[in-house]
Design a binder for this molecule. Structure first.
Ligand SMILES: [Zn+2]
Length: 124
């Protein structure tokens, strides 16, 4: 099974509050915390899932651990319904129903073309 994406790639910069807002939206929920120390992955933040359950969890727990609402996760029979608003969870179903995406084509070579050598040359 391929790794699930959380549509979150901060790159080399530290994570910040706006990133956590995006992560919550991607899961169909909401970030309730209004402040966060930039780059702090361990201090718990307050969240609300798409079904209205409020809970706390650190950015590390959500981003790296893949955790989300502790109430919804116990409702295994409701996963498909939850996936209708939770894109992160929806990837589970997509993973099982779609093939792997095609590899990205490599960019054109930067080397100079030698095709001009194939052209007929004017004879003297
Ligand atoms: Zn929930």
């Amino acid at each position: 099974m391929r790794a699930l994406r959380c549509r979150f790639d901060p790159g080399p910069r530290p994570v910040r509050l706006g990133d956590m807002t995006d992560v919550a939206l991607f899961r169909g929920g909401q970030l309730l915390s209004t402040s966060m120390l930039t780059g702090d992955l361990t201090t718990p933040l307050s969240w609300r899932c798409g079904l209205g359950h409020a809970f706390t969890g650190s950015p590390r727990l959500v981003l790296i651990g893949g955790h989300w609402c502790p109430v919804c996760v116990r409702d295994t029979a409701g996963y498909e319904r939850q996936a209708q608003t939770n894109q992160f969870l929806a990837q589970l179903y997509i993973t099982h129903t779609r093939p792997e995406p095609l590899p990205t084509p490599r960019p054109e070579s930067a080397e100079p073309s030698h095709h001009t050598d194939d052209l007929p040359r004017a004879r003297r």
